[in-house]
Each structure stands twice: as structure tokens, then as C-alpha cells.
Design a protein around this ligand. Structure first.
Ligand code: KIV
Ligand code: ZN
Length: 385
């Protein structure tokens, strides 16, 4: 089975979520947890962005031991020097250099012709290769770049010694078949493409980051980039936990795996949410509070008979204790009886039916009926009888 390398950018693209600002201590705490999760590569920040970020990247670089630590750099020497400074003391340092390649970015942002873009990236890679043995090069907005120019840029990066070439869908514009086709095209058309790892980096503007990343894997991507809980610029980045669980749950389909310790997913998600202040929506895939919760009577009955009826993966597999059967107005007698047994009440059919009727009245008035509500309801019933 093919191993897919996991490049985590929670501490860089994730930190670019509006309103998020992690201090050095918080970055180091998340970095230790990411190391436990078993990611392969960690982008710790953008050292040229501020002295504080440079110091934070340096603290992360010195703290973690089993992960390659990466610093982001524009295609300019001063940024590269900042990454050199920040990665002092790293066990396995890597620089990530980027330059935009799409016509829109060339015309409006860079104000450069194709040849200038190529030369600028080339000289940055030449300068960086004096100091780094591991270099990743990203074609920013590759998703909206002409195929022939993309191939030329990737070919140049290979010649200049990049070890990873990243193909970002920077603005989350593509759909899975288009994004997958880029990887197939590059694999088939760029000379010496086997000398580099190709990386997928997707944003979620149209809600397709996970699907696009999986399409890249199916078309030969060696590495995927993403963040925990999918945090990041605008609508965020690919959620790493979604890719890991998609590959694990559908292993024969993808025939690809990661080195992640999946049981660390829930803990990592909680820590990132706590320290970034970004609340995980209840219905978020894998790590949302409702991802393993069941409310309807039909589903609860199925779950009580055989969990695989309504769960395609177990809560234990991501480090949670158990599924939740939430009692609400759609719940049925089977789940209600089991809940009462949990609370220490075994009842015959008749009193159970009466209690169930009272529960349904209450459930019509409340979104969720808690254990305390049930205890109050049962006490009321005991007083009545
Ligand atoms: O989305 C993007 O293009 C980026 C690059 C810096 C890799 O985050
Ligand atoms: Zn990005």
C-alpha cells in the first residue's frame, strides 16, 4: 500500500484564519501534540512575517524531534534568511518557497511576465539550495495556471533541486476531476517527475477541499497538506482528520495509508480548537460533537442492535470513548429503555410506557432531554404512583 506523507500547516495556513494568533507557548504545545499524532512534516510558521513568528518557529524547531519542521518563504533572499535563522537547531529542517504562477496573479499581484516569474523562482531556489538540503516549492494558485506553464515551472523546480513540488488550489476553485487531472498531467508530461514528491494543497471555498485532495491521491500525489479541524484562510484548508479517516475507512478503495496514530485525532482536534479559539461545528465530519451521536428512534434502534448499521467508523478509532444516543423527540422506546437501565431503572412494560409518554411530551418542548431531565421525570412518576 502506498504511504501518503502528511504535511501539517495548522501552525501556518491554519494560523492565517482571521482572528487566530498563536503565541510561542501555544505553537509549541500544538507542535508536541502533532508529533504524537504522527504527522511527517510540520509547517511551523512564516518567519519573515514578524519577529514573534520567527521566534515561535525556532522554538518549535528546537522542541520536536521526529518531525521535519518547515518555514515558509516568499521567493526572496531576505525571507530565505529568516527561515535559516528560524530553523537553527531543527533536526530535519525544510524550507517552503512559493511564487504565484496563474495569469491573474502574474498580471495583478506580481506584475510579471511568465519569464520573470520563472527567473525569480529559479534564483530563490538557487539561493536556498546553498543552505537547505530539503526544499519544497509551491506554485501559488496553480489551480488557475496554464498547463504548459505549470509543467515548465515544475520542471525548473526539479532541475533546481526541490524535493517536493506543491500544486495548490489556493482559492478552492477546482472540482475533483479537474484537480486530479493536473496530477495525472504532470506525472505523464514533466521529465524527471519521479525525482520529486508531488503535493496537494487545497482550500475549501466551495466545500471541496477533502474531495479534491482525495482526487489528487488517486492521481499520484505523494503528500497532502492540510490543517487540524480544517482551519485556515477564508473557508479553511483540507482537514487532515478527514483525509486520514477516508483513507482508513475505505482502505481497499484508495490503497493508500498514512502514518498517523488515528486515536490521537480527537485530542488533537480539541487542543487546536481550544488554543485557536475556533469552535468546531457540531456537524463537522469526524471531530464534530455530533459525528458519533444518534437521535432518531430508527437509528438508535439500529445502533443498539448492531453499530455498523449507522456507523462507518468507530468513535474509539479516533480516540473517543463511545457513540452517543441523544434523547430527543425523534427517539424511540428501545433507546429510552436502555437509557433508563443505564440510570439504574429497570421497569415493566406498563410503567415504562407511561414514562415514555411523559418523556415524549417533554421532548416536544426541549431540543435534547438530559439525564437530569429524565431523573426528574422518573421522580415525578414515582411520587404520582
Ligand atoms: O494556498 C496556498 O497557495 C498557500 C501557499 C503559500 C502554498 O498556502
Ligand atoms: Zn494555502
Amino acid at each position: 500500500m502506498r504511504k501518503i506523507y502528511i504535511f501539517d500547516t495548522t501552525l501556518r495556513d491554519g494560523e492565517q484564519s482571521p482572528g487566530v494568533n498563536l503565541n510561542t507557548r501555544e505553537k509549541v504545545e500544538i507542535a508536541y501534540q502533532l508529533e504524537k499524532l504522527g504527522i511527517d512534516r510540520m509547517e511551523a510558521g512564516f518567519p519573515a512575517a514578524s519577529p514573534g513568528d520567527l521566534a515561535a518557529v525556532n522554538a518549535v524547531a528546537r522542541a520536536v524531534k521526529n518531525v521535519s519542521v518547515i518555514g515558509l518563504s516568499r521567493s526572496r533572499e531576505t525571507d530565505i534568511d529568516a527561515v535559516r535563522e528560524a530553523l537553527k537547531g531543527a533536526q530535519d529542517p525544510c524550507i517552503h518557497i512559493f511564487l504565484a504562477t496563474s495569469p491573474i496573479h502574474r498580471k495583478h499581484k506580481l506584475r510579471m511576465e511568465k519569464a520573470q516569474v520563472l527567473e525569480t523562482a529559479q534564483s530563490a531556489l538557487r539561493y536556498a539550495s546553498k543552505y537547505f538540503s530539503k526544499i519544497e516549492f509551491s506554485l501559488e494558485d496553480a489551480g488557475r495556471t496554464e498547463y504548459d506553464f505549470m509543467a515548465e515551472m515544475v520542471g525548473m523546480a526539479i532541475k533546481e533541486g526541490a524535493s517536493v513540488v506543491n500544486i495548490p488550489d489556493t482559492v478552492g476553485y477546482l472540482n475533483p476531476s479537474e484537480y486530479g487531472a493536473i496530477f495525472k498531467f504532470l506525472k505523464e508530461n514533466v521529465p524527471d517527475i519521479e525525482k520529486v514528491q508531488l503535493s496537494a494543497h487545497c482550500h475549501n471555498d466551495l466545500g471541496m477541499a477533502t474531495a479534491n485532495t482525495l482526487a489528487a491521491i488517486q492521481n499520484g500525489a505523494d503528500q497532502i497538506e492540510g490543517t487540524i479541524n480544517g482551519i485556515g484562510e477564508r473557508a479553511g484548508n483540507t482537514a487532515i482528520e478527514e483525509i486520514a479517516m477516508a483513507l482508513a475507512t475505505r482502505e481497499p478503495f484508495f490503497n493508500a495509508t498514512t502514518s498517523l496514530r488515528l486515536t490521537e485525532i480527537a485530542r488533537t482536534s480539541r487542543l487546536v480548537s481550544k488554543l485557536t479559539g475556533m469552535v468546531v461545528p457540531g456537524n463537522k465530519a469526524i471531530v464534530g460533537a455530533n459525528a458519533f451521536a444518534h437521535e432518531s428512534g430508527i437509528h438508535q434502534d439500529g445502533m443498539l442492535k448492531e453499530k455498523t448499521t449507522y456507523e462507518i467508523m468507530t468513535p474509539e478509532s479516533i480516540g473517543l470513548k463511545e457513540s452517543k444516543l441523544v434523547l430527543g423527540k425523534h427517539s424511540g422506546r428501545h433507546a429510552f429503555r436502555e437509557k433508563l437501565i443505564d440510570l439504574g431503572f429497570e421497569m415493566d412494560d406498563e410503567p415504562l410506557n407511561e414514562a415514555f409518554a411523559k418523556f415524549k411530551d417533554l421532548a416536544d418542548k426541549k431540543k435534547e432531554v438530559s439525564d437530569d431531565d429524565l431523573l426528574a421525570l422518573l421522580e415525578e412518576k414515582l411520587v404520582d404512583t
